[in-house]
Each structure stands twice: as structure tokens, then as C-alpha cells.
Design a protein around this ligand. Structure first.
Ligand SMILES: [Zn+2]
Length: 68
């Protein structure tokens, strides 16, 4: 299987003004989000986000408290 991250809600809204909920930023272009529905982590910029595994989110944001 390829990409099993994200749910219909966050995937279908990821290119629209709605985004998975903002969690924290370590710079203007390093933003962390999480979908409240499927609990998938998203990382990206203000313009573009990608769903990532908890391990990838943890690696990108070591200061965040990221659970599986
Ligand atoms: Zn989701």
C-alpha cells in the first residue's frame, strides 16, 4: 500500500482554506498541523501541507510532543 495517511476530511480540504488544525511553527516555513478527525500529522508551509507518519513528524519537530 502507498499513502494511507489522512482521512477524507483533511485530504479533501488540504488545498482549501480549511487545514488540519495548526499545532506549532518552528519557522515561517516549518509548520506542524494535525487533523482532529483522523489524528494524522501534517507538516508544511502556510501554502502547502503533506500528511506524514508520527516518526516523520517527530523527526521534523523534535520539540513537539508527538505521540503515535
Ligand atoms: Zn484527517
Amino acid at each position: 500500500m502507498g499513502n494511507d495517511l489522512g482521512c477524507q476530511i483533511c485530504l479533501s480540504h488540504s488545498e482549501k482554506p480549511y487545514q488540519p488544525r495548526f499545532v506549532l511553527a518552528t519557522s515561517p516555513s516549518d509548520l506542524l498541523y494535525r487533523c482532529d478527525f483522523c489524528r494524522t500529522w501534517w507538516i508544511g508551509t502556510q501554502r502547502y501541507q503533506n500528511p506524514v507518519s508520527p516518526d516523520a513528524a517527530r523527526a521534523a519537530f523534535p520539540e513537539a510532543r508527538i505521540e503515535d
